[in-house]
Design a protein around this ligand. Sequence first.
Ligand SMILES: Nc1ncnc2c1ncn2[C@@H]1O[C@H](COP(=O)(O)OP(=O)(O)OP(=O)(O)O)[C@@H](O)[C@H]1O
Ligand SMILES: O=P(O)(O)OC[C@H]1O[C@H](OP(=O)(O)OP(=O)(O)O)[C@H](O)[C@@H]1O
Length: 394
Amino acid sequence: MATSFEIHTFFYLKSSTATYSLYPKLPSRFSCQSNAPATFAPPLHATNSELEFCKQERTAIRLGLPSKGRMAEETLTLLKNCQLVVRQVNPRQYVADIPQLSNLEVWFQRPKDIVRKLQSGDLDLGIVGLDTLSEYGQGNEDLSVVHNDLEYGGCRLSIAIPMYGIFENINSLEDLASMPQWTNERPLRIATGFTYLGPKFMKENGLKHVSFSTADGALEAAPAMGIADAILDLVSSGTTLRENYLKEIKGGVVLESQAVLIGSKKSLTQRPGVLDVTHEILERLEAHLRAAGQYTVTANMKGNSAEEVAEKILTQESLSGLQGPTISPVYCKHSGKVKVNFYAIAICVPRKALYTSVKQLRSIGGSGVLVSPLTYIFEEETPRWRSLLKRLGM
Ligand SMILES: Nc1ncnc2c1ncn2[C@@H]1O[C@H](COP(=O)(O)OP(=O)(O)OP(=O)(O)O)[C@@H](O)[C@H]1O
Ligand SMILES: O=P(O)(O)OC[C@H]1O[C@H](OP(=O)(O)OP(=O)(O)O)[C@H](O)[C@@H]1O
Protein backbone atom coordinates (compact mmCIF):
# COMPACT_ATOMS: atom_id res chain seq x y z
CA MET A 1 0.00 0.00 0.00
CA ALA A 2 1.31 3.46 -0.93
CA THR A 3 2.38 5.59 1.98
CA SER A 4 3.39 8.79 0.25
CA PHE A 5 0.41 10.74 1.56
CA GLU A 6 0.10 11.66 5.18
CA ILE A 7 -3.63 11.36 5.66
CA HIS A 8 -3.43 8.51 8.11
CA THR A 9 -1.12 10.19 10.58
CA PHE A 10 -2.19 13.12 12.69
CA PHE A 11 -0.29 16.32 12.45
CA TYR A 12 0.26 18.47 15.48
CA LEU A 13 0.23 22.17 14.78
CA LYS A 14 1.50 24.34 17.57
CA SER A 15 -0.36 27.63 17.67
CA SER A 16 0.38 30.80 19.60
CA THR A 17 -1.90 29.53 22.39
CA ALA A 18 0.05 26.28 22.52
CA THR A 19 -2.83 24.07 21.38
CA TYR A 20 -2.43 21.31 18.84
CA SER A 21 -4.55 20.29 15.91
CA LEU A 22 -5.26 16.59 15.63
CA TYR A 23 -7.08 16.58 12.31
CA PRO A 24 -5.75 14.10 9.80
CA LYS A 25 -3.49 15.90 7.39
CA LEU A 26 -5.14 15.97 4.00
CA PRO A 27 -3.39 17.18 0.90
CA SER A 28 -4.88 20.62 0.32
CA ARG A 29 -6.93 19.73 -2.79
CA PHE A 30 -8.77 16.85 -1.05
CA SER A 31 -12.01 16.66 0.85
CA CYS A 32 -13.45 13.80 2.90
CA GLN A 33 -16.15 11.82 1.15
CA SER A 34 -18.97 11.30 3.60
CA ASN A 35 -20.50 8.21 2.03
CA ALA A 36 -17.34 6.36 1.14
CA PRO A 37 -15.65 5.70 4.44
CA ALA A 38 -12.39 4.27 3.42
CA THR A 39 -11.58 6.69 0.67
CA PHE A 40 -11.26 10.37 -0.11
CA ALA A 41 -13.04 12.40 -2.76
CA PRO A 42 -10.76 13.51 -5.59
CA PRO A 43 -10.46 17.20 -6.34
CA LEU A 44 -11.64 18.54 -9.69
CA HIS A 45 -9.32 17.60 -12.59
CA ALA A 46 -7.41 15.19 -10.38
CA THR A 47 -3.98 14.08 -11.48
CA ASN A 48 -3.24 10.38 -11.86
CA SER A 49 -1.44 10.18 -8.56
CA GLU A 50 -4.32 11.97 -6.85
CA LEU A 51 -6.76 9.44 -8.31
CA GLU A 52 -4.52 6.63 -7.10
CA PHE A 53 -4.54 8.24 -3.66
CA CYS A 54 -8.33 8.21 -3.63
CA LYS A 55 -8.38 4.43 -3.85
CA GLN A 56 -6.37 4.05 -0.67
CA GLU A 57 -7.91 2.32 2.28
CA ARG A 58 -7.66 4.08 5.59
CA THR A 59 -5.34 2.33 8.01
CA ALA A 60 -6.14 4.12 11.27
CA ILE A 61 -8.58 2.35 13.59
CA ARG A 62 -11.63 4.44 14.43
CA LEU A 63 -13.54 4.53 17.69
CA GLY A 64 -16.81 6.51 17.80
CA LEU A 65 -17.78 8.20 21.08
CA PRO A 66 -20.94 10.21 21.88
CA SER A 67 -20.29 13.83 21.01
CA LYS A 68 -22.99 15.26 23.24
CA GLY A 69 -25.89 14.35 25.44
CA ARG A 70 -26.11 12.24 28.53
CA MET A 71 -23.47 9.71 27.64
CA ALA A 72 -20.67 11.99 26.41
CA GLU A 73 -19.09 12.92 29.71
CA GLU A 74 -19.46 9.56 31.41
CA THR A 75 -17.86 7.81 28.46
CA LEU A 76 -14.77 9.99 28.73
CA THR A 77 -14.66 9.48 32.49
CA LEU A 78 -14.86 5.72 32.12
CA LEU A 79 -12.04 5.67 29.58
CA LYS A 80 -9.97 7.95 31.78
CA ASN A 81 -10.46 5.60 34.71
CA CYS A 82 -9.12 2.82 32.50
CA GLN A 83 -6.02 4.95 31.84
CA LEU A 84 -7.26 5.57 28.33
CA VAL A 85 -7.40 9.35 28.42
CA VAL A 86 -9.01 10.83 25.32
CA ARG A 87 -6.95 13.78 24.16
CA GLN A 88 -9.34 16.26 22.61
CA VAL A 89 -7.43 19.42 21.94
CA ASN A 90 -10.39 21.57 21.13
CA PRO A 91 -14.04 20.91 22.09
CA ARG A 92 -15.17 22.06 18.63
CA GLN A 93 -13.06 19.43 16.89
CA TYR A 94 -14.64 16.05 16.37
CA VAL A 95 -11.45 14.04 16.18
CA ALA A 96 -9.19 13.12 19.07
CA ASP A 97 -6.78 10.40 20.06
CA ILE A 98 -5.90 8.16 22.97
CA PRO A 99 -2.11 8.35 23.41
CA GLN A 100 -2.10 4.88 25.03
CA LEU A 101 -3.51 3.31 21.86
CA SER A 102 -1.42 3.90 18.78
CA ASN A 103 -3.03 4.17 15.37
CA LEU A 104 -6.45 4.85 16.91
CA GLU A 105 -8.60 7.83 16.03
CA VAL A 106 -11.49 8.85 18.25
CA TRP A 107 -14.40 10.44 16.38
CA PHE A 108 -17.10 12.25 18.33
CA GLN A 109 -20.50 11.59 16.82
CA ARG A 110 -24.19 11.57 17.80
CA PRO A 111 -24.97 8.08 19.22
CA LYS A 112 -27.26 7.14 16.33
CA ASP A 113 -24.57 8.17 13.83
CA ILE A 114 -22.06 5.96 15.60
CA VAL A 115 -24.29 2.98 14.87
CA ARG A 116 -24.87 4.09 11.28
CA LYS A 117 -21.16 4.67 10.69
CA LEU A 118 -20.23 1.29 12.10
CA GLN A 119 -22.56 -0.24 9.56
CA SER A 120 -21.18 1.78 6.68
CA GLY A 121 -17.58 1.04 7.65
CA ASP A 122 -16.69 4.60 8.64
CA LEU A 123 -16.07 3.48 12.22
CA ASP A 124 -14.71 0.22 13.61
CA LEU A 125 -15.69 0.47 17.28
CA GLY A 126 -18.11 2.61 19.24
CA ILE A 127 -19.71 3.24 22.60
CA VAL A 128 -23.48 3.89 22.65
CA GLY A 129 -26.55 2.93 24.66
CA LEU A 130 -27.99 -0.52 23.91
CA ASP A 131 -31.25 1.27 23.01
CA THR A 132 -29.49 3.20 20.22
CA LEU A 133 -27.75 0.08 18.98
CA SER A 134 -31.03 -1.85 18.89
CA GLU A 135 -33.01 0.96 17.25
CA TYR A 136 -30.52 1.95 14.56
CA GLY A 137 -28.70 -1.37 14.19
CA GLN A 138 -32.03 -3.15 13.57
CA GLY A 139 -30.51 -6.56 14.17
CA ASN A 140 -27.67 -6.03 11.67
CA GLU A 141 -25.46 -9.07 12.17
CA ASP A 142 -22.29 -7.15 11.43
CA LEU A 143 -22.66 -5.28 14.71
CA SER A 144 -21.32 -7.17 17.68
CA VAL A 145 -21.50 -6.22 21.34
CA VAL A 146 -17.99 -6.44 22.79
CA HIS A 147 -18.88 -5.28 26.34
CA ASN A 148 -22.54 -5.39 27.28
CA ASP A 149 -22.51 -3.60 30.62
CA LEU A 150 -20.32 -0.54 31.05
CA GLU A 151 -22.28 0.37 34.18
CA TYR A 152 -23.61 3.77 33.17
CA GLY A 153 -26.40 5.13 30.98
CA GLY A 154 -28.81 2.75 32.69
CA CYS A 155 -32.40 3.27 31.55
CA ARG A 156 -35.33 1.39 30.07
CA LEU A 157 -37.37 1.91 26.95
CA SER A 158 -40.88 1.83 28.28
CA ILE A 159 -44.48 2.53 27.29
CA ALA A 160 -46.18 5.21 29.37
CA ILE A 161 -49.81 6.28 29.48
CA PRO A 162 -51.67 9.07 31.28
CA MET A 163 -52.60 8.55 34.94
CA TYR A 164 -55.99 10.14 34.28
CA GLY A 165 -59.13 9.81 32.12
CA ILE A 166 -59.77 6.57 30.28
CA PHE A 167 -56.36 5.25 31.41
CA GLU A 168 -56.99 5.67 35.13
CA ASN A 169 -57.55 1.95 35.70
CA ILE A 170 -55.23 0.67 33.00
CA ASN A 171 -52.10 -0.83 34.55
CA SER A 172 -50.74 -3.40 32.13
CA LEU A 173 -50.06 -3.96 28.46
CA GLU A 174 -52.84 -6.50 28.51
CA ASP A 175 -55.30 -3.93 29.92
CA LEU A 176 -54.16 -1.45 27.27
CA ALA A 177 -54.56 -3.96 24.45
CA SER A 178 -58.08 -4.90 25.51
CA MET A 179 -59.45 -1.35 25.66
CA PRO A 180 -62.46 -1.13 23.32
CA GLN A 181 -61.46 2.35 22.13
CA TRP A 182 -58.80 1.14 19.68
CA THR A 183 -59.99 0.31 16.19
CA ASN A 184 -58.64 0.44 12.67
CA GLU A 185 -60.09 3.91 12.23
CA ARG A 186 -59.02 5.10 15.67
CA PRO A 187 -55.86 3.25 16.68
CA LEU A 188 -53.88 3.71 19.88
CA ARG A 189 -51.54 6.56 18.99
CA ILE A 190 -48.03 6.29 20.37
CA ALA A 191 -45.44 9.06 20.12
CA THR A 192 -41.87 7.82 20.07
CA GLY A 193 -38.37 8.34 18.71
CA PHE A 194 -38.08 4.53 18.49
CA THR A 195 -39.94 3.85 15.28
CA TYR A 196 -38.24 0.50 14.65
CA LEU A 197 -38.40 -1.01 18.15
CA GLY A 198 -41.90 0.35 18.87
CA PRO A 199 -43.85 -1.33 16.06
CA LYS A 200 -41.73 -4.50 16.44
CA PHE A 201 -42.65 -4.76 20.12
CA MET A 202 -46.34 -4.16 19.46
CA LYS A 203 -46.38 -6.78 16.73
CA GLU A 204 -44.58 -9.32 18.94
CA ASN A 205 -47.13 -8.65 21.69
CA GLY A 206 -50.12 -8.97 19.42
CA LEU A 207 -51.37 -5.37 19.62
CA LYS A 208 -53.14 -4.65 16.36
CA HIS A 209 -54.69 -1.22 16.31
CA VAL A 210 -51.65 0.93 16.94
CA SER A 211 -50.15 3.86 15.07
CA PHE A 212 -46.86 5.64 15.72
CA SER A 213 -45.84 9.25 15.37
CA THR A 214 -42.37 10.54 15.89
CA ALA A 215 -40.80 13.53 17.63
CA ASP A 216 -37.27 14.36 18.69
CA GLY A 217 -37.78 15.25 22.33
CA ALA A 218 -40.17 16.28 25.09
CA LEU A 219 -42.38 13.35 24.16
CA GLU A 220 -43.94 13.42 27.60
CA ALA A 221 -45.98 16.45 26.48
CA ALA A 222 -47.69 14.58 23.62
CA PRO A 223 -50.63 13.00 25.56
CA ALA A 224 -51.51 16.26 27.35
CA MET A 225 -51.34 18.09 24.01
CA GLY A 226 -53.73 15.56 22.50
CA ILE A 227 -51.17 14.50 19.90
CA ALA A 228 -50.86 10.92 21.23
CA ASP A 229 -52.52 8.53 23.67
CA ALA A 230 -49.29 7.02 24.94
CA ILE A 231 -45.54 7.45 24.58
CA LEU A 232 -42.62 5.07 24.20
CA ASP A 233 -39.50 6.66 25.62
CA LEU A 234 -36.47 6.17 27.82
CA VAL A 235 -37.03 6.24 31.56
CA SER A 236 -34.53 6.09 34.38
CA SER A 237 -35.66 7.81 37.58
CA GLY A 238 -39.25 8.13 36.36
CA THR A 239 -39.36 11.81 37.38
CA THR A 240 -40.15 13.17 33.91
CA LEU A 241 -43.10 10.79 33.59
CA ARG A 242 -44.47 11.66 37.03
CA GLU A 243 -44.11 15.39 36.43
CA ASN A 244 -46.22 14.96 33.30
CA TYR A 245 -48.89 12.75 34.92
CA LEU A 246 -47.81 9.67 33.04
CA LYS A 247 -47.25 6.11 34.33
CA GLU A 248 -45.50 2.98 33.15
CA ILE A 249 -47.45 -0.24 32.79
CA LYS A 250 -46.76 -3.89 33.60
CA GLY A 251 -45.29 -5.65 30.56
CA GLY A 252 -44.58 -2.33 28.88
CA VAL A 253 -40.78 -2.38 29.01
CA VAL A 254 -39.43 -2.89 25.51
CA LEU A 255 -35.75 -2.93 26.47
CA GLU A 256 -33.41 -2.49 29.44
CA SER A 257 -30.46 -0.44 28.33
CA GLN A 258 -27.01 0.68 29.44
CA ALA A 259 -23.83 1.80 27.72
CA VAL A 260 -22.17 -0.87 25.57
CA LEU A 261 -18.97 -1.18 23.53
CA ILE A 262 -19.70 -2.40 20.04
CA GLY A 263 -17.65 -3.32 17.02
CA SER A 264 -18.16 -4.08 13.37
CA LYS A 265 -17.48 -7.77 12.77
CA LYS A 266 -16.11 -6.90 9.36
CA SER A 267 -13.59 -4.50 10.89
CA LEU A 268 -12.74 -6.88 13.69
CA THR A 269 -11.98 -9.69 11.31
CA GLN A 270 -10.56 -7.81 8.35
CA ARG A 271 -9.01 -4.53 9.36
CA PRO A 272 -5.45 -4.98 10.68
CA GLY A 273 -5.01 -4.08 14.32
CA VAL A 274 -8.72 -3.71 15.23
CA LEU A 275 -8.89 -7.01 17.09
CA ASP A 276 -5.76 -6.23 19.14
CA VAL A 277 -6.98 -2.75 20.08
CA THR A 278 -10.38 -4.20 20.99
CA HIS A 279 -8.71 -6.79 23.20
CA GLU A 280 -6.75 -4.09 25.03
CA ILE A 281 -9.78 -1.83 25.50
CA LEU A 282 -11.91 -4.77 26.67
CA GLU A 283 -9.29 -5.97 29.14
CA ARG A 284 -8.85 -2.51 30.60
CA LEU A 285 -12.61 -1.95 30.85
CA GLU A 286 -13.22 -5.29 32.53
CA ALA A 287 -10.29 -4.97 34.90
CA HIS A 288 -11.38 -1.48 35.89
CA LEU A 289 -15.07 -2.31 36.30
CA ARG A 290 -14.21 -5.41 38.31
CA ALA A 291 -12.02 -3.31 40.60
CA ALA A 292 -14.49 -0.44 41.01
CA GLY A 293 -15.71 -0.33 44.58
CA GLN A 294 -13.10 -2.84 45.78
CA TYR A 295 -10.34 -2.10 48.29
CA THR A 296 -7.11 -3.79 49.26
CA VAL A 297 -6.84 -4.18 52.99
CA THR A 298 -3.45 -5.01 54.47
CA ALA A 299 -2.62 -5.67 58.10
CA ASN A 300 -0.09 -7.38 60.32
CA MET A 301 -0.99 -10.36 62.48
CA LYS A 302 0.90 -12.30 65.10
CA GLY A 303 1.15 -16.02 64.53
CA ASN A 304 3.34 -19.11 64.56
CA SER A 305 2.76 -20.02 60.94
CA ALA A 306 1.06 -18.74 57.80
CA GLU A 307 -1.47 -21.59 58.11
CA GLU A 308 -2.38 -20.59 61.66
CA VAL A 309 -2.98 -17.00 60.53
CA ALA A 310 -4.99 -18.21 57.54
CA GLU A 311 -7.18 -20.36 59.81
CA LYS A 312 -7.97 -17.30 61.96
CA ILE A 313 -8.77 -15.10 58.97
CA LEU A 314 -10.96 -17.64 57.25
CA THR A 315 -13.18 -17.95 60.32
CA GLN A 316 -14.42 -14.45 59.44
CA GLU A 317 -16.92 -14.25 56.61
CA SER A 318 -15.90 -10.91 55.10
CA LEU A 319 -12.17 -11.64 55.12
CA SER A 320 -12.05 -14.32 52.44
CA GLY A 321 -11.05 -11.90 49.62
CA LEU A 322 -11.37 -12.80 45.94
CA GLN A 323 -9.85 -16.25 46.26
CA GLY A 324 -8.46 -16.18 49.81
CA PRO A 325 -6.03 -14.04 51.80
CA THR A 326 -2.42 -13.49 50.73
CA ILE A 327 -0.19 -14.11 53.74
CA SER A 328 3.52 -13.30 53.80
CA PRO A 329 6.02 -13.61 56.63
CA VAL A 330 7.48 -10.44 58.13
CA TYR A 331 11.16 -11.09 58.93
CA CYS A 332 12.61 -9.38 62.02
CA LYS A 333 16.06 -9.62 63.59
CA HIS A 334 16.11 -10.46 67.32
CA SER A 335 19.41 -10.92 69.18
CA GLY A 336 21.20 -11.39 65.89
CA LYS A 337 18.72 -14.01 64.63
CA VAL A 338 16.18 -13.62 61.88
CA LYS A 339 12.74 -14.65 63.14
CA VAL A 340 9.15 -14.59 61.95
CA ASN A 341 6.61 -13.55 64.58
CA PHE A 342 4.31 -11.55 62.36
CA TYR A 343 2.59 -12.11 59.06
CA ALA A 344 1.44 -9.44 56.59
CA ILE A 345 -1.96 -10.20 55.15
CA ALA A 346 -3.65 -8.68 52.10
CA ILE A 347 -7.26 -9.18 51.10
CA CYS A 348 -9.62 -7.64 48.61
CA VAL A 349 -12.82 -6.25 50.13
CA PRO A 350 -15.88 -4.60 48.53
CA ARG A 351 -16.70 -1.06 49.69
CA LYS A 352 -19.90 -2.17 51.42
CA ALA A 353 -18.05 -4.67 53.58
CA LEU A 354 -15.06 -2.44 54.31
CA TYR A 355 -15.80 -1.36 57.87
CA THR A 356 -17.07 -4.78 58.91
CA SER A 357 -13.88 -6.33 57.54
CA VAL A 358 -11.63 -3.89 59.39
CA LYS A 359 -13.51 -4.62 62.64
CA GLN A 360 -13.25 -8.36 62.08
CA LEU A 361 -9.53 -8.08 61.34
CA ARG A 362 -8.94 -6.17 64.54
CA SER A 363 -11.01 -8.66 66.55
CA ILE A 364 -8.67 -11.50 65.53
CA GLY A 365 -5.51 -9.53 66.30
CA GLY A 366 -4.89 -7.55 63.12
CA SER A 367 -2.89 -4.32 63.57
CA GLY A 368 -1.63 -1.53 61.33
CA VAL A 369 -4.59 -1.88 58.98
CA LEU A 370 -4.06 -0.07 55.66
CA VAL A 371 -6.80 0.43 53.08
CA SER A 372 -6.25 1.48 49.47
CA PRO A 373 -8.61 1.52 46.49
CA LEU A 374 -8.03 -0.99 43.72
CA THR A 375 -7.46 0.23 40.18
CA TYR A 376 -7.57 -2.99 38.19
CA ILE A 377 -8.36 -6.65 38.70
CA PHE A 378 -7.10 -8.62 35.73
CA GLU A 379 -8.45 -12.14 35.38
CA GLU A 380 -6.67 -14.81 33.38
CA GLU A 381 -8.83 -14.34 30.34
CA THR A 382 -12.16 -12.61 30.09
CA PRO A 383 -15.28 -14.60 29.16
CA ARG A 384 -16.38 -11.63 27.04
CA TRP A 385 -13.24 -11.95 24.91
CA ARG A 386 -13.79 -15.69 24.42
CA SER A 387 -17.42 -15.01 23.52
CA LEU A 388 -16.41 -12.33 21.00
CA LEU A 389 -13.89 -14.63 19.31
CA LYS A 390 -16.55 -17.33 19.08
CA ARG A 391 -19.02 -14.92 17.46
CA LEU A 392 -16.30 -13.89 15.01
CA GLY A 393 -15.74 -17.54 14.15
CA MET A 394 -12.16 -17.49 15.51
N1 LIG B 1 -33.01 9.23 31.45
C1 LIG B 1 -31.92 8.57 31.11
N2 LIG B 1 -31.18 8.00 32.02
C2 LIG B 1 -30.07 7.33 31.69
N3 LIG B 1 -29.64 7.18 30.43
C3 LIG B 1 -30.35 7.74 29.50
C4 LIG B 1 -31.51 8.48 29.77
N4 LIG B 1 -32.00 8.96 28.64
C5 LIG B 1 -31.15 8.53 27.71
N5 LIG B 1 -30.17 7.80 28.20
C6 LIG B 1 -29.06 7.12 27.48
O1 LIG B 1 -28.29 8.14 26.88
C7 LIG B 1 -28.29 7.97 25.46
C8 LIG B 1 -28.24 9.31 24.79
O2 LIG B 1 -29.38 10.03 25.13
P1 LIG B 1 -29.53 11.56 24.82
O3 LIG B 1 -30.89 11.96 25.23
O4 LIG B 1 -28.39 12.29 25.41
O5 LIG B 1 -29.28 11.63 23.29
P2 LIG B 1 -30.34 11.52 22.16
O6 LIG B 1 -31.35 12.59 22.40
O7 LIG B 1 -30.84 10.11 22.09
O8 LIG B 1 -29.45 11.79 20.93
P3 LIG B 1 -29.77 12.79 19.78
O9 LIG B 1 -29.66 14.14 20.40
O10 LIG B 1 -28.71 12.47 18.79
O11 LIG B 1 -31.15 12.43 19.30
C9 LIG B 1 -29.55 7.18 25.17
O12 LIG B 1 -29.46 6.48 23.97
C10 LIG B 1 -29.62 6.26 26.37
O13 LIG B 1 -28.80 5.12 26.18
O1 LIG C 1 -36.82 9.03 34.02
P1 LIG C 1 -36.03 10.29 34.00
O2 LIG C 1 -34.84 10.23 34.88
O3 LIG C 1 -36.87 11.49 34.29
O4 LIG C 1 -35.43 10.45 32.52
C1 LIG C 1 -36.26 10.39 31.40
C2 LIG C 1 -35.94 11.45 30.41
O5 LIG C 1 -34.57 11.33 30.01
C3 LIG C 1 -34.51 11.36 28.59
O6 LIG C 1 -34.51 12.64 28.10
P2 LIG C 1 -33.27 13.62 28.21
O7 LIG C 1 -33.28 14.30 29.53
O8 LIG C 1 -32.02 12.88 27.88
O9 LIG C 1 -33.59 14.70 27.11
P3 LIG C 1 -34.06 14.49 25.60
O10 LIG C 1 -35.55 14.36 25.67
O11 LIG C 1 -33.60 15.74 24.95
O12 LIG C 1 -33.38 13.26 25.04
C4 LIG C 1 -35.82 10.72 28.16
O13 LIG C 1 -36.16 11.07 26.84
C5 LIG C 1 -36.80 11.23 29.18
O14 LIG C 1 -37.40 12.43 28.79
